[in-house]
Design a protein around this ligand. Structure first.
Ligand SMILES: [Zn+2]
Length: 312
């Protein structure tokens, strides 16, 4: 059952080469996905992801921390890290589940993957007040009643629950990410896989701030862009070192080993979409709605018009 689910997942997330999507070529980049996958077209359906998260959201005092079942222990068996040409994906076993926190059902954890920019640019998918973080991790979960039938889950507006975690850069290395990122060289090229010894997924989460998050209904951020996702985007990032960030931004390729053209995988994030009136909720403990959470750059933007007035 687990193998079947994994096969279906990657059939959907990595289409065949004739229809393959990309991030860096004009004919197959995110703006062209709608030509290949009609459900990715922003005019045909408005409930796309990612979005910018700003003060235009509603506080929901019933949204408390989710139950992350099995995230605090090392699961048995073996996990797999894979380069699917679009990201680095960690396929996990069946032992972890997610519920509570306003989710309409229990979800089974399938995999996690990353979105990033380049050596010089940031690459999170969601933005906060216009700020793009260096990376974003997505933990993908499927409504347990459908497992392992991904097709059924993608037909359900709440069939998938994704946990989004921003990753920022600090001066110190994050040992928890070393376990995973040290294996990135083994999956540098598309199609490569490497076994991973399971570890507590909590190690990769902002464990002291799990009650602070944003919630909205949207889509997969990769084709077929199915409008099937209940998004939980954590407000507080986790931190890695600049060197650790570089291991991913410099060390992953969307070309296969031996290809004539060695193509680095950069900027594997989809552009921001309008909410089109969708409700975005702040959890009970989220702080974005307070003025103190506004980034400093907003103050600078306020100063620019004043400086302009002084010069005229
Ligand atoms: Zn993703």
């Amino acid at each position: 059952m687990k193998i079947l689910g994994t096969v279906i997942l990657f059939t959907v997330f990595t289409s065949n080469s004739a229809l393959d999507f990309c991030y860096d070529e004009e004919y197959c980049n995110p703006y062209a996905w709608g030509d290949m996958f009609p459900s990715c077209h922003p005019i045909i359906d408005e409930h796309h992801s990612p979005i910018n998260l700003d003060q235009h959201m509603t506080r929901n005092h019933t949204l408390e921390a989710l139950n992350l079942v099995g995230f605090d222990t090392a699961q048995s068996g073996e996990w797999t890290l894979k380069n699917n040409g679009h990201s680095v994906v960690l396929e996990v076993g069946e032992g972890m589940k997610v519920d509570g926190g306003g989710l309409p059902a229990e979800y089974t954890t399938l995999q996690l993957h990353f979105h990033w920019g380049s050596n010089f640019t940031n690459g999170s998918e969601h933005t906060i007040n216009g700020r793009r973080y260096p990376m974003e991790m997505h933990i993908v979960n499927m409504k347990s009643t459908y497992y392992p039938n991904l097709t059924a889950a993608l037909d359900d507006p709440t069939g998938i629950a994704v946990l989004g975690v921003f990753i920022d850069v600090a001066n110190v290395s994050n040992d928890s990410f070393d376990h995973l990122f040290s294996l990135v060289p083994a999956v540098a090229f598309k199609g490569r896989t490497v076994p991973v010894t399971p570890f507590p997924l909590n190690n990769l989460l902002p464990v002291n701030n799990l009650s602070q998050y944003y919630r909205y209904h949207g889509s997969l951020t990769t084709p077929p862009c199915s409008k099937a996702v209940v998004w939980t985007v954590y407000e507080v990032p986790v931190y890695i070192s600049e060197e650790q960030l570089g291991e991913v931004t410099s060390g992953v390729f969307h070309s296969e080993e031996g290809d004539d053209r060695v193509a680095p995988l950069h900027n594997n994030f989809r552009h921001i979409h309008d909410t089109f009136g969708r409700q975005v909720y702040a959890s009970k403990d989220a702080t974005l709605l307070s003025a103190a959470a506004l980034p400093v750059c907003n103050l600078l933007l306020c100063l620019i018009p004043l400086l302009g007035m002084g010069m005229s």
